[in-house]
Ligand binder design. Structure first.
Ligand code: AMP
Ligand code: MG
Length: 414
């Protein structure tokens, strides 16, 4: 990845400008690997897949019923036809159906030559031995027939390079006969927490200590098939130790993610360590919660420094970390999805910064209400809300009924 300094470090940057800068600078990690289809879910496709044959490959029935030649039913109230054959899925009929005959047919069975429409069985009356069937007149050619190629034409691109292989994409790859796919290798990610006060859950808590919430949150957010994540523990607020650990991590990982130590306090040594080992590109976003966030590089590895407060770390991870990792993984660099819903609350806001509010779906999912309190260290209300309302920098007030963008956690938390 090549990231160059894009603004003076003391500028407050809008998330939109930060994302643009990121998009221009981030490149996918080198390296691809073939994977069996079953092991490819969640990775990013490194080749384009074309269909070697059409989908469906042959005309087939969309219904259980009787296949007829539409012309045989023209101009009559109903017609009674001899039944020439019975065609089930997987058992094609080799010979054409003679004119003036019907064929018993089932869903997914190849439509034989000589017939061109299927009448659903609910509209047909067969005699007791199934030798003759009465169908309504005036059947249009093509009725209830799924035509060869109507889904995908032979030779068409079905999956583009850069597609994240979700369950739908795997279904399509399988449908055109792929048994393995060339995918990007997983991005190697190192995760650290920082802070002399931060302790591992399970250890005794000293005076002034707190348990590490961020690493658990980040390891959860990063638990994805396109990433290979290493939990590298907690670093002290000591410049030498930070520098050493970040330097070493940069040798083995594509990206190093830390939390804490990136604001202006005298004990915030992460920023200095990164500047010494590589470079820092922007580090204060005009976002509440989450102002101090750093993006840069340490040696050859990308670097993302998240704020220490857990809610700020989550918001900045969603705004910057998720797109950064998508770019490194070879997928599209985009913000998390948001949906516009009417607000069920009133709110006054400072202009000039983007602000995220904890929110809960109300009225059966038709509106959003607030679910505070909002402090960037408060995890309790984070757990009981459904997502975040995302207020634009220029917004200064929200009244009930105003449309607001809502970011559901269900879409971004694994
Ligand atoms: P910092 O950015 O290092 O000044 O940290 C800001 C706040 O977040 C401080 O109150 C820290 O104690 C707290 N904090 C930092 N790291 C963590 C962590 N891993 N888990 C929970 N809280 C943290
Ligand atoms: Mg700290």
């Amino acid at each position: 990845m090549t990231l160059e300094t894009c603004c003076a470090p003391d500028d407050l940057m809008t998330p939109a400008a930060a994302l643009d800068a990121l998009r221009q600078r981030v490149a996918p990690v080198a390296g691809t690997e073939p994977r069996p289809l079953m092991a490819a879910r969640g990775t990013v496709l490194a080749e384009s897949i074309t269909a070697p044959h059409a989908l469906p490959a042959w005309d087939n029935s969309a219904m259980d019923g009787w296949a007829v030649r539409a012309a045989d039913t023209a101009g009559a109230e109903s017609v009674t036809l001899p039944v020439a054959d019975r065609v089930a899925a997987g058992h094609p009929r080799a010979e054409p159906v003679p004119p003036g005959h019907a064929v018993r047919i089932f869903t997914g069975a190849p439509v034989p030559d000589g017939v061109d429409a299927v009448v659903m069985q609910e509209h047909c009356t067969a005699d007791d031995d199934g030798g003759r069937v009465t169908v309504p007149g005036g059947v249009a050619a093509g009725t209830n027939v799924r035509h060869a190629g109507e889904d995908v034409a032979a030779g068409a691109t079905v999956l583009a390079q850069g597609t994240r292989l979700d369950a739908r994409a795997l279904a399509l790859a399988a449908a055109v006969g792929c048994d393995r796919l060339l995918v990007r290798r997983p991005v190697q990610v190192a995760v650290f927490s920082t802070g002399d006060e931060v302790r591992e859950p399970g250890e005794p808590l000293p005076d002034g200590g707190l348990y590490d919430a961020n690493r658990y949150m980040l390891m959860g957010l990063l638990d994805r098939p396109d990433l290979a994540v290493a939990d590298l523990g907690i670093l002290p607020d000591a410049p030498k130790a930070l520098e050493g650990a970040l330097h070493d991590a940069a040798l083995s990982y594509d990206v190093v993610i830390t939390s804490g130590g990136v604001s202006l306090g005298e004990e915030d040594h992460v920023r200095a360590a990164v500047e010494g080992l590589g470079g820092l590109h922007f580090w204060r976003l005009a976002v509440k919660p989450g102002k101090p966030v750093a993006l840069g590089h340490v040696g050859g590895a990308a670097f993302l420094g998240l704020p220490g407060n857990p809610v700020a770390a989550l918001v900045t991870f969603l705004l910057m970390g998720r797109p950064l990792l998508a770019g490194l993984a070879g997928a599209a660099v985009t913000e998390p999805p948001r949906y516009t819903l009417p607000a069920a609350f009133t709110f006054d806001k400072k202009a000039g910064r983007r602000e995220f509010l904890r929110a809960r779906l109300a009225d059966g999912g038709r509106t959003v209400e607030r679910a505070g309190p909002e402090g960037s260290a408060l995890l309790g209300s984070l757990v009981t809300c459904d997502g975040l309302v995302d207020l634009a920098p220029e917004t200064t007030a929200v009244a009930p009924g105003d449309p607001v963008p809502f970011l559901p956690f269900a879409e971004v938390l694994p």
